[in-house]
Every structure is written in C-alpha cells, then in structure tokens.
Design a protein. Structure first.
Length: 94
C-alpha cells in the first residue's frame, strides 16, 4: 500500500502531471459554465509547464544543492581508502 502511495504522490507532484491535472480541472470548469475560473486555471497550468522547462528555474533549484560542497581540486591527492561502501535506496527514474 505504501509503495503505491509513494508512486502516486511522486507522479502527482511532477510539474507536468500537476499542470495536466489543473488543465483538466479547467476543462471541467469550462463545461460547467465557469469561464473565468477555467481561464485562470489554464493560465496557471501553462505557467507551471513553462516555468518547469526554462533553465533559469532549474539552475535556481539545483544551484544550492550543487554549490554546497566545492569540487575536488586536480592537484590535491585523494585520501586513501581501504573500502568503498555503496548505499542504495532502490530508486529508479521513470
């Protein structure tokens, strides 16, 4: 049950899925004769799709994650390790 809930939530918070859901709600509002709400929801869906696709937003979201730790310098020797441990959570991208 938790497995299905995790995948449903992950799919729903995707910008593309969320915007398609908002656009579908806008279509229902349009059919129920609420054109102003339908227009607002459709503009919100298009804005989410556009904002999720431009590189400025991606860079702003990834910047703090990428710049938290500086890269290793080429001239510095790497520390010697006897063992390497790989931790895996079983994540597979869609």
């Amino acid at each position: 049950m938790l497995y299905l809930a995790k995948h449903w939530i992950a799919a729903l918070i995707s910008p593309l899925t969320a915007s398609l859901l908002i656009a579908a709600i806008a279509g229902v509002c349009r059919l129920s004769r609420r054109p102003k709400l339908a227009r607002i929801l459709l503009i919100a869906a298009v804005t989410i799709i556009y904002a999720g696709s431009i590189s400025i937003v991606g860079d702003a979201l990834l910047g703090p994650l990428e710049h938290r730790y500086p890269p290793l310098h080429q001239d510095m020797p790497l520390p010697v390790a006897d063992y390497v441990v790989v931790l895996e959570a079983g994540y597979t991208p869609y």
